[in-house]
Design a protein around this ligand. Structure first.
Ligand code: FMN
Length: 190
């Protein structure tokens, strides 16, 4: 049985990181399906920073299924639906706050809540700086509830030649956290 993941792009700068992770997930032979959701501001950031629409993104692979963030009856809203984990890239401070408080009021927040209660990997790639006390406390709450808090802090030791390479190398680390371990020559070799 192939593996199924959810990838959400919320309203923070750095949607290119989300696009790179989505491409890598969709290209992986172990992966059967990637459910993709956008918050309203996430969609806007994708247009402004990547000049892409969600439909164009969905067209990249037949494995990608777009899901409306307003549909709280979607399959990923339920723990009974077979899922292997979720990544939110970029994760806004607002989305982090909703997840840390368990509001479950949007599909992003609900699907993340389901991952936590079902003990499935949930990777939160927060993008905000500087951080206030509320952000820091929310990160700790999410961590204590089982999430991997993985702020967008890319590595530079392999000498990235382009933004795309920076995004893609970060995607390797996100996939690691989802349990999809791929070869990557940019890994640190000591
Ligand atoms: C162009 C744009 C860029 C933004 N960048 C960030 C950001 O980098 N980090 C962040 O936490 N919020 C950022 N925001 C604010 C969030 O989008 C806003 O708080 C929103 O309500 C978050 O909700 P969402 O997670 O449902 O998108 C940005 C908003 C806009 C319009």
């Amino acid at each position: 049985m192939g593996r199924r993941f959810t990838l959400a792009i919320t309203g923070a700068s750095g949607s290119g990181f989300g696009v790179a992770a989505l491409k890598r997930l969709a290209a992986n032979a172990e992966v059967e399906m990637v459910t993709v959701l956008f918050s309203t501001t996430g969609r806007r950031c994708l247009a402004e920073e990547c000049h892409l629409t969600e439909q164009e993104l969905a067209g990249l692979s037949p494995k990608i299924q777009l899901q409306s963030e307003r549909d709280l009856g979607a399959a990923i809203s339920s723990g009974s639906h077979r899922q292997d984990g979720m990544a939110i890239i970029p994760c806004s401070a607002g989305a982090l706050g909703r997840i840390a408080s368990g509001t479950s009021d949007t599909l992003v927040a609900r699907a993340a809540d389901v991952c936590l209660k079902e003990r499935r990997p949930l990777v939160l790639c927060l993008r905000e700086t500087p951080l206030n006390r509320i952000h820091l406390e929310n990160m700790l709450r999410a961590h204590d509830a089982g999430a991997v808090v993985m702020p967008i802090m890319p590595s530079f030791y392999y000498g990235p030649k382009s933004l795309e390479e920076l995004f893609d190398a970060f995607a390797t680390r996100v996939l690691d956290q989802l349990g999809i371990i791929e070869d990557d020559t940019r890994r640190w070799k000591g």
